[in-house]
Design a protein around this ligand. Structure first.
Ligand code: NAD
Length: 512
């Protein structure tokens, strides 16, 4: 097994740690201090990916034939191992992804909870028994594994997202090929080590690090990979969806968001402002559920905007390793440049800036990818700032005449991941839960955050209409087998069953 402090790391294929076949590597650097080289990982090739799929195919029958209780026990051991290594995993996450140590600890703890939840799923029913038209028939379903699944993940939750795909995939009896984001291979390596140590058999989980466009197609296009679960950008997600479904596979896509908070005139404005800022600025806004639009009834527009701007100006930006930091760097130079493009656009369009609006580049930032937490006022609803996912610490305030206009504006984007309304009127809160086009709805809460026992996913352009986590994970990672179990032919039943005229029974009798 590779040591966690080694400078050169490896793939994990068929139970062995191995270099990529052609020896190319990818550098992993700290976004708060790019001079800090964390390590080198394989720049894998399609041949490496094919080898990983071979291993997963080879291990699939054996793993599917273990008891789900045993598979759950492996996850439970992994939970204990991850819990014991929380500080190490959190520090690795902060160093390679940038988020604050506090958030990284929280995400690691959530990873432990995800593993425990799916360990428990190993003891849950694996099908249902139905009444049959024939009273002697035992009619039941079995939820059986898909076989081999591909797991393709983004960098922004490098522990939680891989685990909320890998843990259910494994417990429901699938083997996995894991292609983590190239920006966060260290946490992926640590998770793989932990699952190996927890007792997974060889080939049940395979890790292939590489650039998405180079190794991804060898996974998504391989007919032996029955299902692919992807979280990431809309562009890549739609491409993967087509690649998988065109060859008859099953695809799950969790994509971007443009999540609104709606602040009604009767809201507690301090609560609304605090949770808007938290939702927009934590993880430097790089959450799929981050708040990026605040749609505010005109009656409270001025005090709400003032409270948000005051809070944002007071935020401490810096290296996530520093316990005082509240807003961390963006994950990469490319991500920083993309956010800066939106800041430039706002300047060109003359959008009123209430806080921030600039990249941070002084010597104290050591070349790290920092931007100021930014608040814009009176953003035009049809502008790119209000329509596109920025994925940075930027929130735009949009005025609304009343509740109806606020909901129309909230729904007026192509995304539909999460949303929140702030109001003291619970009837309006309930109405919002019906009116809003979002897969996750909060009343008086932050748009971000998810508990592992409930379904997670978006409407409209934010997903492929499948859900992850909770019981919903079983829908994706299993397929249904329906079993008609009849008695052997002799002795024949004494008399026709009273339901013999039922078409189902007649059809079955005719074919016997
Ligand atoms: P991305 O789409 O660039 O990459 C995601 C993954 O896909 C990476 O592992 C990448 O290597 C891989 N990939 C890229 N090209 C590929 C290809 N051709 N074939 C196969 N794999 C390929 O996304 P990102 O920048 O890592 O993540 C940010 C995006 O993820 C944002 O849009 C964000 O909203 C979204 N996201 C969504 C959710 C959700 O649950 N809805 C959660 C987190 C992040």
């Amino acid at each position: 097994m590779v040591a966690t402090d080694a400078r050169t790391y490896q793939n994990y294929i068929g139970g062995e740690w191995a270099d990529g076949r052609d020896g190319g590597t990818i550098e992993n650097r700290n976004p708060a201090n790019p001079a800090d080289l964390i390590g080198l990982w394989p720049r894998s090739t399609p041949a490496d990916m094919a080898e990983a799929v071979d291993a997963a195919v080879g291990a699939a029958p054996g793993w599917a034939n273990t008891s789900a209780l045993q598979r759950g026990a492996v996850l439970l051991r992994a939970a204990a191992l991850l819990e014991a290594r929380t500080e190490e995993v959190a520090a690795a996450m902060t160093r390679e992804e940038g988020k604050t140590l506090r958030e990284a600890r929280g995400e690691t703890t959530r990873g432990v909870a995800i593993l425990r939840y799916y360990a428990g799923e190993g003891a849950q029913p694996v099908g249902e028994v139905y009444p049959s038209a024939n009273t002697r028939t035992m009619l039941y379903t079995l939820h059986v594994p898909l076989g081999v699944v591909g797991v393709i993940t983004p960098w922004n939750f490098p522990v939680a997202i891989p685990l909320w795909k890998i843990a259910p995939a494994l417990v429901y009896g699938n083997t996995v090929v894991f292609k983590p984001a190239e920006l966060t291979p260290l946490t992926a390596t640590l998770l793989t080590q932990i699952l190996e140590e927890a007792g997974l058999p060889k080939g049940a989980l395979n890790l292939v690090v590489g650039l998405g466009h180079e190794v991804g197609p060898a996974l998504t296009g391989d007919e032996r990979v029955t299902g692919v679960s992807f979280t990431g950008s809309n562009r890549v997600g739609r491409e993967i969806g087509r690649a998988v479904t065109d060859r008859g596979g099953k695809a799950q896509l969790e994509l971007g968001g443009k999540n609104p908070v709606v602040v009604l005139a009767d809201a507690d404005l301090d609560q609304a402002a605090a949770l808007t800022v938290q939702g927009a600025m934590m993880s430097a806004g790089q959450k799929c559920t981050a708040t990026s639009r605040a749609i505010v009834e005109r009656a409270v527009l001025e005090p709400f905007a003032r409270k948000v701007a005051e809070r944002v100006r007071a935020l401490v930006v810096g290296d996530g390793m520093d316990e005082r930091t509240q807003v961390s760097p963006l994950v990469s130079a490319a991500q920083r440049d993309k956010v800066v493009e939106y800041l430039d656009l706002a300047r060109q369009e003359g959008v009123e800036t209430l806080a921030g609006g600039e990249a941070l580049e002084g010597p104290e930032y050591r070349g790290g990818y920092f931007v100021q937490p930014t608040v814009y006022a009176n953003v035009r609803p049809e502008s790119r700032l209000a329509q596109e996912e920025i994925f940075g610490p930027v929130v735009g305030i949009i005025p609304a005449r009343d509740y109806d206009e606020a909901v129309t504006l909230a729904n007026g984007v192509r995304f539909g991941l999460s949303a929140s309304v702030f109001t003291r009127d619970i009837a309006k809160g309930l109405r919002f839960t019906r009116d809003i086009q979002a897969g996750i709805v909060h009343v008086n809460g932050e748009t971000a955050g998810a508990e592992p026992q409930v379904p997670f996913g978006g409407m409209k352009g934010s997903s492929s209409y499948s859900r992850e986590q909770g019981k919903a994970a079983e829908h994706f990672f299993t397929q249904i087998k329906t079993v008609y179990l009849d008695e052997p032919a002799t002795p024949a039943p004494a008399a026709p069953f009273p339901v013999a005229t039922d078409p189902t029974t007649m059809e079955r009798e005719a074919s016997e």
